[in-house]
Design a protein around this ligand. Structure first.
Ligand SMILES: C[S@@+](CC[C@H](N)C(=O)[O-])C[C@H]1O[C@@H](n2cnc3c(N)ncnc32)[C@H](O)[C@@H]1O
Length: 251
């Protein structure tokens, strides 16, 4: 993602769904279970991307709704889960009335909000009193094989890797939820491996958002940096980790 496009997430939506869409499934399952999602639960997923969490919600007999500011992502989510109510909006301006959902989730998206605290306040507003808010995203770089590859790409471009920031560290999500008035009832770390079958898929995934020229230029750097994670079958398995926390909204 180079951020040059006006709507960079719509521009990469198809590639995201293909290369990264299922990747967060282990943590999706963890937070849906921790939040008590089951038949009849009304769930809103904030920054829903191409809709994979909504598909899990739908399969469990719960009622899925999603929101994402990228129309390209929303189109894919609607196609994946036709019964879901999926709307175009950012996390800090949710287009629903107060107290509409039993559970509000945000996976790998809250950090993109203009104001994370405003986004959390919106999640609490649309949750019923006593409802659950569940958040999850990348753990600190030291726990992610992908970080090794991203550092090599940044070094080749003579760029700095941004610091992890407090949300990626242990206790970060718990502090965020507590600061928003929620009682934290679950938190932890979940392994989220990313597996690809060959060099070309590896490079497209790592350099998602680059044009063909940028992808070609970065190919060698990515493949060399990912060598420690190569499988016997010629693909790659990068082990990464997500942190999550679940809080109860105030009555
Ligand atoms: C890394 S993707 C994750 C998508 C999905 N949650 C998943 O786990 O696969 C980030 C998503 O956040 C969305 N996003 C970007 N800015 C946002 C904002 N201000 N509020 C909510 N979502 C945002 C993007 O459009 C994109 O779909």
């Amino acid at each position: 993602m180079d951020g040059a496009d006006e709507d960079p997430w719509s521009a990469v939506a198809e590639g995201w769904a293909e290369l990264w869409g299922g990747f967060a499934d282990p943590v999706r399952r963890t937070i849906l279970t921790a939040a008590g999602v089951g038949p009849g639960t009304r769930v809103l997923d904030v920054g829903c991307g191409s809709g994979e969490l909504l598909a899990h919600v739908d399969a469990s007999g719960a009622h899925p709704a999603g929101v994402d500011p990228a129309p390209g992502m929303v189109a894919l989510a609607r196609a994946l889960v036709p019964g879901a109510d999926v709307r175009v909006a950012p996390a800090d301006a949710l287009p629903w009335d107060d107290a509409r959902f039993d559970v509000v989730t945000a996976v790998n998206s809250l950090q993109l909000a203009g104001s994370i605290t405003d986004a959390l306040a919106e999640a609490v507003r649309v949750a019923v009193p006593g409802g659950r808010v569940a958040v999850a995203s990348w753990a600190e770089g030291a726990l992610n094989d992908l970080d090794v590859v991203q550092r090599a790409v940044a070094a080749a471009a003579d760029e700095d890797v941004p610091p992890d920031g407090p949300l990626r560290e242990a206790g970060g999500f718990e502090a965020l939820l507590a600061g928003g008035g929620l009682e934290v009832v679950a938190a932890g770390l979940v392994e989220v491996p990313w597996e690809v079958p060959d060099d070309a898929t590896l490079v497209r995934g790592v350099l998602l958002g680059e044009d063909a020229e940028g992808t070609d230029a970065g190919h060698r750097t990515v493949v060399e940096a990912a060598r420690p994670f190569r499988t016997e079958a010629g693909g790659y398995r990068l082990v990464n980790a997500f942190r999550y926390a679940v809080g109860v909204a105030p009555d």
